[in-house]
Design a protein around this ligand. Structure first.
Ligand code: PLP
Length: 399
């Protein structure tokens, strides 16, 4: 007989579901605080929820599709995404990056979270290791462990937020199955330079040749288009054959709540048909088949659309310039919409507590695998940033 006190549930899932992510906890605190003191008095820099509007062409496409009675836009599509949708995405990849891509290399997903979970489940077996570079998106650990792999982290390069190659060489081993890269990066805003990309690909290629292992490079790219000052974001499939791209439209089209993205299995991947079949199988296993159909077709009509990111650049400039002038030590963000600031006191959590007392809601960097920093998400209304600046000044002067 099941005991009342001992529910028949999976312990690992219970633990994950019972502890909220640090970011979500701060976000919920902000909502509760706004009820008490008014939304305009809470400066919530916690979440990466895009603030700029979705492009008109996407909204128009959604309206047209909903009014189109010639086909069932709300029906199931193929598990891997409707063929015309995958063709449109593949055309866009060929056109923008000059990489051979066809519909058969694309699996449409419910955003980057699903892309990553599916890809890791497709390539990893129990006992494999997945490497990520600190600072990293905290959910990588959950996704890697959910795929039965161990999560291994490479120490951060806190000078330039590129890659600590000395530590990478130590961490690569017989069990390494995948390395996750994320450029532009959450939380540092750094973009990997051409030198870094070439060196990483060379290190991985040499390692694979020497050991006979296959190491996949999983490129997590939700921020690909969010890049400023004409900086280039190199396309890993052009430089490393065994690359699988995990893409999302959450940030580039401000569609985070609609859950849409894709996996691109580079046709140059070793035995790419088998890897693609494993992607299909992993999506089936996880129940991630047939991504939202209305969004699929809206994307297919506008595969190259991007939100107006000039707003983020203005926010970045305002925040970065002001915080530096107050004496904060900030990483200059070339992309994404996060400012990574060195905590003026040793304990970043304590610094965030002090900020919270002024209703400035910041995220300590500990959960990103890199202590001593705070993340400020600037995909918010520029007026809120403007009003928050005196508080940032007061905060550093109070230390
Ligand atoms: N990867 C990174 C680096 C992210 O920052 C996020 C979301 O913030 C995701 C993946 C998940 O994105 P999605 O909303 O498309 O699932």
């Amino acid at each position: 007989m099941p005991s009342e006190n001992k529910p028949a549930i999976n312990g690992e899932s219970f633990a994950l579901g019972s502890e909220r992510s640090v970011i979500r906890e701060i976000f919920e605190y902000g909502n509760a605080r706004a009820q008490l003191v008014g939304r305009e008095n809470v400066y919530d820099f916690s979440l990466g929820n895009p603030a700029v509007p979705t492009p008109e062409c996407i909204n128009d496409a959604i309206k047209e599709l909903v009014g189109d009675s010639s086909f069932n836009v709300h029906g199931y599509t193929s598990a891997q995404g409707a063929l015309p949708v995958r063709e449109s995405i593949a055309d866009s990849i060929r056109g923008r990056f000059g990489v051979a891509a066809s519909a058969d290399n694309i699996y449409v997903t419910c955003g980057a979270a699903a892309s990553l979970s599916v890809t890791l489940n497709a390539v990893c077996s129990k006992g494999d290791e997945v490497i990520a570079f600190a600072p990293f998106f905290p959910e990588y650990k959950v996704f890697a462990e959910g795929a039965g792999a161990s999560f291994v982290t490479v120490l951060p390069d806190t000078d330039n937020f590129q890659i600590n190659f000395d530590d990478l060489e130590k961490k690569l081993g017989a069990k390494t199955r995948a390395v996750i890269v994320n450029s532009p990066n959450n939380p540092s805003g750094a973009v990997l330079t051409k030198n870094t990309v070439l060196r990483l690909c060379a290190v991985l290629r040499e390692f694979c040749q020497k050991t006979g292992n296959t190491v996949y490079l999983i490129s997590d790219e939700p921020y690909r288009e969010l890049v400023y000052d004409g900086k280039e974001v190199l396309y890993f499939p052009s430089y490393y054959e065994n690359t699988i791209v995990c893409y999302s439209y959450s940030k580039s089209l401000s569609l985070a709540g609609e859950r849409i993205g894709y996996i691109f299995v580079n046709p140059a991947v070793t035995a790419s048909r088998d890897v693609y079949a494993a992607v299909c199988g992993a999506a089936r296993k996880l129940g991630f088949v047939c991504a939202p159909s209305l969004m699929q077709y809206a994307i297919a009509k506008n595969p190259n659309a991007v939100s107006d990111i000039s707003v983020y650049r203005q926010n970045r400039d305002m925040l970065y310039n002001a915080l530096c002038s107050f004496g904060y030590d900030c990483v200059y963000p070339d992309g994404a919409f996060y400012l990574f600031v060195r905590s003026p006191i040793a304990d970043a959590k304590e610094f965030c507590e002090r900020a919270r007392a002024l209703d400035l809601l910041l995220v300590p960097s500990d959960s990103f695998g890199c202590k001593g920093f705070v993340r400020i998400s600037y995909c918010v209304d520029g007026k809120m940033i403007e009003r928050s600046l005196p508080l940032f000044k007061k905060l550093i002067e109070s230390l």
